[in-house]
Design a protein around this ligand. Sequence first.
Ligand SMILES: NC(=O)N[C@H]1NC(=O)NC1=O
Length: 174
Amino acid sequence: MDISAVNALPYEDFVNIFGNVVEKCPIITAAVWSMRPFASLSALEAAISEFIDALPESGKEGILRCHPDLASRDLHGGTLTRESREEQARAGLDALSSAEASRMAQLNVEYKERFKFPFVICARMNDKANILRQLSERCGNERAAERARGIEEVKKICRLRLQGLVLTDAPNKL
Ligand SMILES: NC(=O)N[C@H]1NC(=O)NC1=O
């Protein structure tokens, strides 16, 4: 699908197709539909990004809370969204040693106790060693910095999900 086909979509189809570019937040997709026509995929991405940036801090935290824990039991239980499952598998999170899995689970708990939202990172841009290292390091951050960092990662995940759905002739500038 190219951007003109995207612009021609009625909102029901638009939300069905793009509703999970931000994990479990179809309200964002439903909101930006009214900003069509988009000149390019980047313009659609920018509209999503601006919508997120305009939210109060509680809304940004809400977006983070819609994300599943990485390498949690859900990854094997089949309850994740298709996108999240594929992203986590690509980073090798479905094949952790038992030591890595318990370290990840322990750090996820520590992170959530400290920040009251889950650790979010763009799994497709990292491997499991890098994810574990960043999870450990980011546990030491301040809450506001970590909220902003999580939202940056949400935007990276969103960009890659969009690129999987819309044809683009622009080079990938990520
Ligand atoms: N918690 C978390 O980062 N989840 C996500 N990351 C990613 O790349 N896909 C997700 O669902």
